[in-house]
Design a protein around this ligand. Structure first.
Ligand SMILES: Nc1ncnc2c1ncn2[C@@H]1O[C@H](COP(=O)(O)OP(=O)(O)OP(=O)(O)O)[C@@H](O)[C@H]1O
Length: 845
């Protein structure tokens, strides 16, 4: 029979309030839909009418808007302020060069960010969430179910929901089995909320909103509102992402420099006035010195280094969803992971069916299969449970038993239930983890102990053990989602399944530990099964912690306990998250690799969430890194790419800041010692511009092998300490140059002095770029950039442009002396850096 909706006098945008008050059938009619779903052509027409199912705030930012946004950066603000001051005192050269610096860095930055965002958006598309929709090719055709991108959903579409799905739009439930949803992003409630497909609705039990996610159970629902019409869009409750450790580190360094930039001009002015009697004429110089401190290319180098790393990873199928996460991957020192599918192949195979006395008993398997069959068929989850499938594959026919209702596996209660009619009687069949099932059974204390010991023995062989129990169920007690709460069950026995350890896991685990990463296994499985699997993979297991025993510990005690453990078992989703938070509180940078709905909370709690492409939607949405497959070797690749990119950023910061700090100290000191300013403002700014441009090559530098061997994090304090030391050395080289120019070469007049110092400065910058790095090899871009920098320094004073910058040609002896100073500086730098980087294995960057 074809289901024919009554009057099709449907408004194009039915008010949600109307739908909330209606029965299932009335809601379907209002939406001009039916349980067999929309016809494809109708869905297309609706898509044109309603638009894509995209939240308004999620649209891409345009290039001009990005350019305008880059002006809001603190460095740019200070630079513009200094440019304004220069313009006010009619120092047009200084103001002009500052504007040029700002324009260059803003254009480069917004262009880099635009390109990086476009490529990460394209990569994100590859792992975008989909919805299982029921549609018909034509009015009379049978409906089919298929996955479509969430943005293609329209009001009236009939969708299926299962554990781990993100609710793709605002929906009205048509059928639900054991459905619980997590709707914290909308209501703040942290506990999962049960939902039912009632015909006479009370409250919003029968509605699920976009932004919530399915924790357990399954449902069929009709889409009531999409895109801007959803409650989430209306409430602007889109979750704000917390600032990552990397963002905080970069901000920390930036603000330290910004403070210095603001302080330098007044200090320089006062010192010049007091010691040299100079007035406002020293202001352009003071401004130029402050500008000289800025690492203008910081945002560009950061974006380029991270975008390059994630582009390389994408070629291997690893997708980094937000750039800063690549740094965080490189910083991971503890990798928490689930067991199933990560350490095992996730291809369970049925082994045995064992009665309470330990002997084989086919009846246990029969009940297990009845439970699996009816939970799969009545609940009809979009993705069938692997354990249920394995049981059905290995079980004989289970006879004439009719399913009445079912509550699919719930990762919190760890049981699944089916209500069946067996002959004339109703019977509830419960299957699940050993402890929650035994807890629900009527057993004498010795029998309970014997059953638990039997389960331990089976689990010690590395088998997955499911307990099975049954009970008569009076027909007048229908509430299925209360089935799991049944007590007084009769214990039937155990079924066991084998899930072989993954053959690739031992090598991948060994590779991770060579990179200084400690693996920790957080699983919902039995302690003995988990311990045996880990031992088989060569992991040193130590004490196996049972998460149930951690419940009463304080956060500090928990941190202590899990800090020592390698395997934490019987974890509920929230316990996995608590363990991750405890490890972070101990100062670890924690990565979490998982793929199930039971991994979601931990994924969100971790510094970096990692999942395979086949993970449930909600986990994939929360993850920062998505792998082509659940493969520990791919995590290793991501770690290497992260450390390589961070290594390049750290090198850039060390070089840029050491050189800039050195120059600032030298200029301020020389400005006070000399009767004239040691450099013209325009010269300071030109050499700054050349140095900035050359440093872009550092984003493409080679990786230091030592950096790849240990977790690498941007540590502002360590970088600033490094900069103070090497900045001081750079200042000494500058001051030696001043001494040579004044006393050895007897340079007469400011232009010759300025030129000598300009040449030396450009050459030392080239030397610093080559030597202040942890590796001796030079990449092609770096070789070209440093060569160009040195060439500009040596040739600009000899070129026709020299006079425009206040430079003059120097005699050959001056060049020789300058080269000698730079050579001496280079040798000293080489000796110090080799020593500094030789024992880098023991130091932080
Ligand atoms: N379909 C199912 N029916 C009944 N019991 C199940 C089912 N799936 C899992 N269980 C039981 O619940 C326990 C916890 O399962 P859960 O999915 O939380 O973790 P897991 O898959 O064992 O491990 P991991 O967290 O490492 O992926 C399992 O050890 C098993 O005893």
């Amino acid at each position: 029979m074809v289901w024919a909706p009554e009057a099709p006098s449907t408004p194009s945008r039915p008010a949600q309030g109307d739908i909330a008050a209606l029965s299932r059938l009335q809601a379907l009619r209002l939406l001009d839909s039916g349980p067999r779903g929309l016809v494809e052509a109708d869905a297309e027409a609706r898509l044109l009418r309603h638009g894509e199912n995209v939240l308004p705030g999620r649209r891409p930012v345009s290039w001009p808007r990005r350019l305008a946004r880059s002006l809001r950066d603190p460095f740019t603000m200070v630079l513009l302020a200094l440019g304004l001051v220069s313009a006010l005192i009619a120092s047009w050269g200084t103001a002009g060069v500052i504007v040029l610096l700002v324009v260059a860095s803003c254009v480069l930055r917004s262009n880099g960010e635009y390109r990086a965002d476009r490529s990460t958006a394209a990569l994100r598309e590859l792992v975008a969430t989909t919805a299982t929709v029921r549609r018909r090719p034509s009015e009379d055709a049978e409906p089919w179910e298929r996955e479509i991108p969430v943005d293609q959903l329209v009001p009236g579409d009939v969708v299926k929901l299962g554990p781990g799905d993100l609710v793709p739009a605002d929906v009205r439930l048509l059928r639900a089995r054991g459905l619980t949803v997590h709707q914290a992003p909308l209501t703040g409630e942290s506990a999962p909320v049960p939902k039912r497909a009632l015909d006479l609705p009370e409250g919003d039990d029968h509605l699920c909103r976009q932004g919530s996610s399915v924790v357990s159970g399954s449902a069929l629902a009709v889409v009531a509102a999409t895109g801007a019409d959803t409650m989430l869009a209306g409430s602007s409750a889109a979750p704000a992402r917390r600032l990552s450790a990397f963002d905080r580190s970069v901000n920390g360094i930036s603000w330290t420099l910004v403070r210095l930039m603001v302080i330098i001009p007044p200090v320089a002015l006062v010192a010049n006035a007091v010691l040299r009697g100079r007035g406002l004429e020293a202001l352009p110089f003071a401004v130029a010195v402050a500008v000289g401190l800025t690492p203008e290319m910081l945002p560009v180098v950061v974006t380029t280094a991270l975008a390059r790393g994630s582009a390389l990873l994408a070629r291997g199928g690893v997708i980094v969803k937000r750039l800063a996460a690549l740094h965080d991957v490189g910083a991971i020192d503890v990798l928490c992971m689930d067991k199933t599918g990560t350490l095992t192949r996730d291809r369970p195979v049925l082994r045995d069916s064992i009665g309470p006395d330990g002997d084989p008993d086919p009846e246990v398997l029969r009940w297990a299969a009845i439970n699996s069959f009816w939970t799969l068929h009545l609940a009809d989850p979009p993705v069938p449970d692997a354990l249920d499938e394995a049981i059905l594959l290995g079980a004989p026919d289970h006879g004439d038993v009719e399913g009445v209702d079912a509550s699919p596996f719930d990762p919190v209660s760890r049981v699944s239930c089916a209500l069946v009619r067996d002959g004339g009687a109703h019977r509830v069949v419960v299957k699940g983890a050993v402890e929650p099932v035994l807890e629900r059974c009527t057993l004498s204390p010795p029998d309970r102990l014997r059953a638990a010991r039997l389960a331990d023995r089976l689990a010690e062989e590395g088998l997955r053990v499911l307990a099975v129990a049954t009970a008569d169920h009076p027909a007048d007690r229908p509430a299925v989602h209360r089935l799991g709460e049944e007590r007084g069950l009769a214990f039937a026995g155990f079924v066991t399944l084998a899930d072989e350890p993954s053959p690739e896991a031992p090598a991948a685990l060994a590779a991770l530990s060579r990179r200084g990463i400690t693996p920790k296994v957080l699983t919902g499985d039995h302690p003995a099964t988990a311990a045996r699997t880990c031992r088989d993979l060569g992991l040193s297991v130590g004490t196996v912690v049972n998460a149930g025993e951690l419940a009463d510990l304080s956060d500090a005690e928990l941190a202590e306990a899990v800090g020592r453990a390698t395997v934490v078992t019987r974890c509920t989703p929230e316990q996995k998250a608590r363990v991750v938070r405890a490890l972070r509180a101990r100062g670890h940078t924690v990565g979490f690799l998982g793929d199930g709905v039971n991994d979601l909370a931990a994924m969100r709690a971790a510094d970096v969430g990692i999942c395979p492409r086949g993970a449930v939607d909600v986990t994939r949405e929360a993850a920062d890194v998505v792998l082509a497959a659940k493969d520990l070797a791919a995590v290793d690749h991501a770690v290497v790419a992260g450390r390589r990119s961070t290594g390049n950023i750290v090198t850039y910061l060390r070089i840029a800041l050491s050189s800039n700090v050195g120059n600032v100290i030298a200029m301020l000191a020389a400005g006070l010692a000399l009767p004239f300013l040691p450099m013209l403002p325009v010269q300071v700014l030109v050499q700054n511009l050349c140095f900035d441009a050359a440093q872009l090559a550092l984003a493409f530098d080679r990786a230091d092998p030592a950096v790849l061997r240990r977790p690498l994090r941007l540590r502002p304090r360590a970088i600033l300490r490094f900069v103070v030391g090497f900045g001081a050395l750079n200042a000494v080289a500058d001051l030696v140059t001043f001494a040579v120019l004044t006393w050895v070469l007897g340079v007469a007049g400011a232009p010759a002095f300025h030129t000598g110092w300009f040449i030396e400065n450009m050459l030392t910058q080239a030397v610093i770029m080559l030597l202040l790095r942890p590796i001796s090899g030079v990449s092609r871009p770096l070789g070209l950039a440093t060569g160009a920098l040195a060439a500009v320094g040596l040739l600009l004073p000899l070129s026709p442009l020299a006079s425009a910058f206040g430079l003059v040609a120097l005699p050959a002896t001056s060049y020789l002396w300058l080269l000698a100073v730079v050579g001496l500086y280079g040798v000293t730098l080489l000796a110090l850096t080799r020593r500094r980087f030789r024992d880098r294995g023991r130091r932080t960057p």
